[in-house]
Design a protein around this ligand. Structure first.
Ligand SMILES: Nc1nc2c(c(=O)[nH]1)N[C@H]1C(S)=C(S)[C@@H](COP(=O)(O)O)O[C@H]1N2
Ligand SMILES: [Mo]
Length: 347
């Protein structure tokens, strides 16, 4: 990949959206098969159950694509053995796999929506190490296997909304971030959790480019109580298979009530801190991207409205607009975290 091909005006490219999102008909077929299966299973589970709502283990999303032969067997098996989640509420129809894996933001591999799928194929995710440090009694350097071992994997079907005003519904496979953090025994000083993506410009051409303006590595953070919320997931798979590289393999966050950029990909470091950690988009444009970044239809981005979103898949003739919900519809689960806070100020 030539870095010269990367667009220069970074903040503008963030709102650049593909007008139509061509999908080959050959890719639609297996997708419709599994969506039909889900509808069928939802019907079996009692008729009133909405499609996209996990009712029982039978409603697990089946694998719509071949597994990546480069992923380790133990990981593929762990993902395949996942159980259904307790996710409640109607989340909607899952986005086709082909959209969720080809319309991506992962600037380490380029700023175009198709770049991550195109340029991350050879990215090495095995072996993988994660360092846990800072305000913890039991930190250290862990293999991905060490990180996953005690945690049964669950499928969580989540709404996922990007700050650029498009959204998806994705069946993620992962485990509770809270359970992971507890293992490291945070000290009484720990108030925040910081996350860091791998820095390796040889493998990640976007990191070798200055055009994006991002200070690599990509970093994110949460207040500790946000991180302990049951909705905060550590993700290792989607659609019943291990996580494709473009979606943040082998380990990423999923925070369905926050804008997508909080859900940091390809994590190599987790640090418990006393002070609020820096976050990539806030460093780049603090007026536009806050630390909290909760989905909020009442607080517009300075350059566009956040009151509506385009639900993928979209096309020129059917942009599929819908209203954006407060906390992306997860208010029952997370609103208490922000009680008494001015969300216009802490956006
Ligand atoms: N390291 C890293 N993590 C990242 C990003 C990125 O560029 N680099 N993009 C974020 C943004 S803006 C979004 S919307 C989501 C996209 O996740 P997806 O490609 O799996 O849909 O990843 C987030 N995590
Ligand atoms: Mo995003």
């Amino acid at each position: 990949m030539s870095v010269k091909n990367l667009p220069k005006a970074f903040p503008k490219t963030l709102i650049k959206t593909r007008k139509n999102n061509p999908i080959l008909s050959s890719e639609i077929t297996p997708e419709s098969v599994y969506l039909d299966r889900r509808r069928f299973m939802a019907g079996l589970a009692g008729g009133a159950v909405a499609a996209g709502l996990p009712g029982s283990a039978a409603a697990l999303i089946t694998n719509p694509a071949a597994e990546d032969p480069r992923k380790p067997d133990w990981l593929k098996q762990a993902v395949a053995a996942r159980v259904d989640s307790n996710t409640s509420g109607e989340v909607g129809q899952p986005t086709p796999y082909s959209d969720a894996t080809r319309y991506n933001n992962f600037y380490e591999f380029g700023t175009g929506k198709g770049d991550p799928a195109e340029y991350s194929g050879a990215f090495k995710t095995d072996p993988w190490k994660v360092v846990v440090d800072g305000e913890v009694a039991r930190g250290g350097s862990f293999t991905l296997e060490d990180i996953l071992k005690p945690h049964p994997l669950e499928e969580h079907i989540c709404r996922f909304r990007c700050v650029e005003a498009w959204s998806m519904v994705v069946p993620w496979v992962g485990f509770s971030l809270a359970d992971l953090i507890k293992r490291f025994e945070p000290t009484s000083k720990a108030k925040y959790v910081a996350f860091e993506t791998l820095y390796d410009p040889k493998q990640m051409p976007g990191q070798a480019s200055r055009f994006s303006g991002i200070q690599w590595p990509y970093v994110e953070g949460l207040r500790l109580d946000e991180a302990m919320n049951p909705l905060a997931l550590m993700v290792v798979g989607m659609y019943g298979r291990s996580l494709p590289n473009q979606n943040g393999a082998p380990l990423r966050l999923m925070l369905p009530w926050k804008y997508g950029y909080k859900s940091i990909k390809s994590i190599v470091r987790i640090t418990l801190t006393e002070k609020q950690p820096p976050t990539t988009w806030n460093l780049l444009a603090p007026r536009e991207y806050g630390f909290y970044s909760n989905v909020n239809p009442n607080v517009d981005h300075p350059r566009w409205s956040q009151s509506r979103e385009r639900r993928l898949p979209t096309s020129l003739f059917d942009p599929n607009w819908r209203d954006t919900e407060m906390f992306n519809g997860y208010g029952d689960e997370v609103a208490a975290l922000y009680k008494g806070m001015d969300l216009q100020k802490y956006f």
